[in-house]
Design a protein around this ligand. Structure first.
Ligand SMILES: [Zn+2]
Length: 416
């Protein structure tokens, strides 16, 4: 059966009627702190919530005890086509709590904005995805295709316990993937994302009592030179704009480098003999690689060693924190289903673009396992301040997003 405008109207009206419930679930999710590595409580809460939506196979899948991923399935009449939709519920820490003007776990609503850590990155899509399928079911509509819902942990560290695990175990073996992005205005859909590598450089010194500090080699002071050179590399990397391709379609990529962790060790009355400097390097698909980005850092360390015989350091790739760079094949069926749904709700047709600016995300795991299958990243939460103070999303964005996902599921998966 084709989607009639009556069915469409019915579904969209049901979503309008669910507005308070959508917002309430969003607030509850934000009120549970869930830093990466501490997702047990939110996972247990969410699995019980998902059970209320009368889906199939609602369960927790975990690679590590206490690191839950909440999975569910909507079974269509034929199971074809199928799509995985997902969001991650782990978050970064709050940073300096005094800089938040609303409590980071308050879920405060003011002027149409909902505030809290993780509300936009990336708890945002969870209520829209669940209420989209609820509206479809409540309208008496049966879909032909299947939807796999994956609400996962560990994304901020690379998704190795989250999306990578559920993909590798075969739980997301679907024709497509929708990464339900949260921040934008809904004018872009992403089909690619940067790779990510953390490089840790350990600078070694020689420890001595503070009283004999002139006989020591202060690793922190030696690291200052390294930090200065890395900062120069950062200028260069951040200005990189290189094109990469999906088929004939060209996308402009952005390189990224940031020095994010610096630690010096021994104790307060000793010269430090170790200082670690860790960088977060986001690299452009097809243009840069794990090898090329590591070589740039190694070259800096090698040069410093030549210049200063006292400079001693080694570079490590930090395991379990990397993201595979991802580029999707462009599938007109997926793209058009989304464009049609978004233009109905927002009056704009989203353009194909890079997925998360200079960022990375764990749809790369799907792309790595199923390189010939298409994914798209899309959301219109109109949120902001992700990874900083006063993170927010918008009530209107939540409702619009719910409507777009509902139409998208019907357009893509077909009505039985
Ligand atoms: Zn994030």
């Amino acid at each position: 059966m084709k989607m009639s405008s009556n069915i469409e109207k019915k579904v969209l009206n049901l979503i309008d009627e669910s507005k308070d419930d959508i917002v309430a679930l969003m607030q509850k999710l934000v009120q549970i702190p869930s830093y990466t590595g501490n997702e047990a409580e939110i996972g247990e809460f969410l699995v019980e919530e998902v059970k209320k939506f009368d889906l199939d196979d609602v369960r927790i899948e975990q690679e590590t005890i206490g690191r839950p991923n909440v999975m569910a399935r909507y079974k269509g009449t034929s199971g074809k086509p199928s799509i995985t939709t997902y969001a991650h519920y782990d978050t970064v820490p709050t940073g300096d709590i005094a800089k938040w003007t609303r409590g980071p776990f308050s879920g405060t609503i003011e002027d149409g904005k909902i505030y809290g850590r993780g509300v936009s990155d990336h708890k945002f899509p969870i209520p829209p995805l669940l209420f989209a399928i609820k509206a479809i079911k409540d309208a008496g509509v049966r879909l032909k295709g299947d939807i796999v819902f994956a609400f996962v942990c560990d994304e901020e560290r690379g998704g190795h316990r989250g999306m990578k695990h559920v993909v590798d175990e075969g739980h997301c073996d679907t024709d497509h993937l929708l990464y339900s992005g949260g921040g934008g205005d809904g004018d872009k859909m992403g089909i690619a994302a940067n790779g990510r590598a953390y490089y840790r450089i350990t600078v070694k010194g020689h420890t001595e009592h503070t009283g004999r500090n002139d006989q020591g080699i202060n690793a922190a002071v030696k690291a200052m030179k390294l930090i200065a050179r890395l900062q120069e590399l950062r200028e260069d990397v951040n200005n990189r704009r290189d094109k990469f391709k999906s088929g004939d379609f060209e996308i402009e990529g952005k390189g990224r480098l940031s020095i994010n962790l610096v630690n010096a060790f021994t104790t307060g009355n000793n010269v430090p003999d170790l200082c670690t400097v860790q960088i977060d390097r986001r690299f452009i698909p097809q243009v840069e690689s794990f090898e090329s980005t590591l070589a740039e850092v190694q070259a800096i360390v090698d040069k410093l060693k030549k210049e200063d015989p006292e400079f001693d350091a080694y570079v490590e790739f930090v395991p379990d924190r990397w993201f595979y760079p991802s580029v999707s094949v462009i599938d007109p069926v997926l793209v058009e289903a989304l464009q049609k749904s978004a233009s109905k709700v927002l009056g704009i047709t989203p353009e194909i673009n890079n997925a998360v600016g200079g960022g990375s995300s764990d749809h790369g795991w799907f792309n790595l396992k199923y390189p010939d299958r298409s994914f798209v990243s899309y959301g219109c939460g109109r949120g902001g301040n992700t990874h900083t103070y006063d993170e927010f999303t918008t009530v209107d964005g939540l409702i619009d997003n719910t409507k777009i996902y509902a139409l998208f599921f019907m357009n893509l998966l077909g009505i039985a």
